[in-house]
Design a protein. Sequence first.
Length: 134
Amino acid sequence: MPVDKDTDKYIKYWIGSAEHDFEVAESLFENARYDWCLFIAHLVLEKIMKALYVQHVNDFPPRTHDLIRISEMIGLDINEDTMEFLDSVNTFNISTRYPDEKLRFYKLCTKEFAEENFNRIKEIRDWLLKKICQ
């Protein structure tokens, strides 16, 4: 179902939601909630990609959290290193949702691990935002 005349409205919705989540992720990082920071940071990228999907495909985005799949659906030109990183960011989404993964992910999320990954996510976020309405 194309979104046509409402395209701008849906793009603004996804970007606004991503910006809200970005502020939450920053707050979580500042409060040493590193596992949840990375979970929310995944959502930030997902929502910006969904805005790009609306922009490029003129339709509602797919109901998926898979960053690789969404990036392929919108034809993002992503190098292999970034694609591998996005694949690892996908695990942040899964690892906080399922009890058997949660504790292992929590232990992995040291300040250094979270800072390195969150900084990279911020770089990708900025890159994606520049692509909106180009």
